[in-house]
Write a protein that binds this ligand. Structure first.
Ligand SMILES: [Zn+2]
Length: 135
């Protein structure tokens, strides 16, 4: 049977793509990103896809000089480990104008950014990233 993609369902899916949706285990409470079908801690398959808050706290970060070709004009690349609510997520930090602001406990927010453009197919790829909040 074909399922029609209703507007509300579309928006729900869109929400999941535009956030760092993570898995939460209903059995042991473990929260992890990226989402999986089995809890890495207790092996349970009873997982719930959960949307984290948009803002979080920087736990640690690192600077990469060797990057994939399509990141070439973003060198160096900052990679941060961020605590968003109950889950820890590793992702790129963008818009770093002052490196001294990158420290443990700094407030960060999630942003949706273009990763690359495929000139041949016209496709544009996006991904979730972090940036320091202006507050
Ligand atoms: Zn578990």
């Amino acid at each position: 049977m074909m399922e029609r993609l209703s507007i509300s369902r579309f928006w729900r899916i869109k929400d999941l793509h535009y956030t760092f949706a993570y898995s939460k285990c209903k059995k042991c409470g473990h929260a992890f990103y990226p989402p999986k079908h089995v809890c890495p801690k207790c092996g349970s398959r009873e997982l719930e896809l959960t949307i984290p808050p948009r803002e979080g706290e920087l736990l640690s970060w690192t600077k990469l000089y060797e990057v994939a070709p399509y990141f070439e004009n973003e060198k160096p690349l900052y990679l941060g480990l961020v605590k968003l609510g109950e889950v820890k997520i590793m992702a790129q930090i963008v818009d770093v104008f002052d490196e001294s602001l990158l420290k443990e406990g700094a407030r960060v927010e999630t942003v949706f950014r273009k990763v690359k453009e495929d000139g041949n197919s016209g496709l544009i790829y996006y991904a979730m990233k972090f940036r320091l909040t202006s507050k």
